[in-house]
Design a protein around this ligand. Structure first.
Ligand code: EPZ
Length: 423
């Protein structure tokens, strides 16, 4: 197992380029199954979850080539294994997209229940409700979802919560259903829009993605296409927070400013200076941290609210701000597992249900800590970069799942970070 050794206290300075969006990639790769021809995807992040998803599709019989530039060619016409019940499936949450894609393309599948970060119960009842509304029979037995539909038909589906996964999964199956499907209370995240744009490039007819109501008119056939995915909103936010936490000055390239409005607003409320620019081809943000930052209050909400995936990273910053900050985690019921590790580094945090009260301290101190999930790992990296002294962060395989070359990107910004392979 590998760990990070980080010597903290150095401001991050320089430029970083953001990779493709993990949560768009993990939906668009399975979505390619719906096409009757090969698809070429560009700007995919070279992260563990993308590699696992590629291996799953290959095991199903698809031809999948992924090069070092994040370009993937998928030929789904060779799929000959419709039961996706091998262990790899339970390594990631996004494997649930195979349910909508396989139902939409073949009308049946058997799928091992998904895995993913331990940040709450994470049921898939909204997904199953949606598939049943489209005419599928869905049963769960021995940890496997059995789904079958002689014919999928359009339906009106209201989501109890604006679930990202359920919105996308229903869109995938509805693309090839007979008639019109309406998803009400749909998630509006940037990657929901990216998946809809990809499907429309394949010949689907999806309108309203990015709003509360998405309309999908089913098509008998979908064709292949070439598509480049959007930059990663959460990776960009993570680097913005790290720049501010280390009192640095970082230019963040390859971003979409509207996707970052919630995090930019919060960081400026803290006292950071953020300016937006474009070099004629792509947008960038210049992010500068100040001296002791002000405490702020945060409520995580579906997009365009403050993203739950940045709750853990920004908490690392708020441990060193002046005054008390309150964070309410409204999306997941168990997303504070990074708190005990931050406390080891000298933070003062009290958790009460879904609310964390952070009392700002002058500084954090290096310590030996361990990541408990992907974004907890990012929070600990930010804390270690800002702390006085040396930190060891274990379980960094969680970080490898969602951040492409994070240590190389941080080292290029002046961070003293080293990956150590334990024998
Ligand atoms: C996606 O998870 C992302 N994962 C998460 O990113 C992200 O935090 C989340 O959306 C919210 O933005 C991927 O895209 C692979 P939800 P997902 O369905 O689809 C409940 C990261 O760090 N719910 O929007 O699981 C659920 O328990 C990861 O990159 C049900 O009750 O999120 C949660 O409380 C972590 N039943 C809430 O809805 C369901 O059927 C929102 O979940 C589905 C969800």
């Amino acid at each position: 197992m590998a760990y990070y050794r980080i010597n903290g206290g150095k401001p991050l300075e320089g430029q970083v380029t953001i990779s493709g969006a993990k949560n768009a990639a993990l939906a668009i790769i399975p979505a390619a199954i719906l096409a009757g021809q090969p698809c070429v995807l560009e700007n995919l992040p070279l992260i563990e979850d993308v590699q696992v998803l590629a291996r799953i599709l290959r095991t199903m019989g698809a031809e999948v080539e992924l090069n070092d530039n994040g370009c993937m060619r998928i030929d789904p016409t060779k799929i000959n294994n419709f039961d996706v019940t091998f262990d790899m499936v339970s390594k990631l949450r996004a494997s649930y997209y195979l349910l909508g894609a396989m139902l939409g393309r073949y009308g049946h599948t058997a799928l091992l229940l998904p895995g993913g970060c331990h940040i709450g119960n994470r049921p898939i009842d909204f997904h199953i409700k949606g598939m049943r509304a489209l005419g599928a029979t869905v049963e769960i037995k021995n940890g496997i979802v059995y789904a079958k539909a002689d014919e999928l038909h359009g339906a009106e589906i209201y989501l109890d919560m604006a679930s990202v996964g359920a919105t996308i999964n229903i869109m995938l199956a509805a693309c090839r259903a007979d008639g019109m499907t309406v998803i009400a209370n749909a998630a509006k995240e940037p990657h929901v829009v990216d998946v809809a744009n990809f499907l429309n490039m394949m010949g689907a007819s999806i309108k309203g993605a990015g709003t509360d109501v998405i309309r999908i008119r089913g098509r008998k056939e979908l064709h292949g296409c070439n598509y480049a995915i959007i930059p990663d909103q959460i990776e960009a936010g993570t680097f913005m927070i790290a720049a501010v936490a280390t009192k640095g000055n970082v230019v963040i390239n390859n971003i979409i400013p509207t996707h970052l409005e919630a995090i930019s607003a919060k960081l400026m409320e803290c006292g950071a200076h953020i300016t937006e620019g474009d070099d004629g081809s792509e947008f960038y943000l210049q992010v500068q941290g100040g001296d002791r930052l002000r405490a702020v209050n945060i409520k995580t909400l579906p997009y365009p609210g403050f993203p739950t995936d940045l709750q853990q990273p920004i908490m690392a910053l708020l441990t060193m701000s002046k005054g008390n900050s309150y964070i309410v985690e409204n999306i997941f019921e168990d997303r504070f597992n990074h708190v005990p590790e931050l406390i080891r580094m000298g933070a003062s945090i009290n958790v009460n249900g879904r609310t964390a009260i952070i009392e700002g301290v002058d500084r954090l101190y290096g310590a030996s800590v361990q990541a408990t999930d992907l974004r907890a790992g990012a929070a600990l990296v930010i804390a270690a970069l800002s702390a006085e002294g040396t930190s060891i962060i274990r379980n960094i395989h969680f970080i490898d799942r969602g951040y492409e070359n994070i240590e190389q990107k941080l080292r290029a910004l002046g961070a003293d970070i080293e990956r150590v392979e334990e024998d």
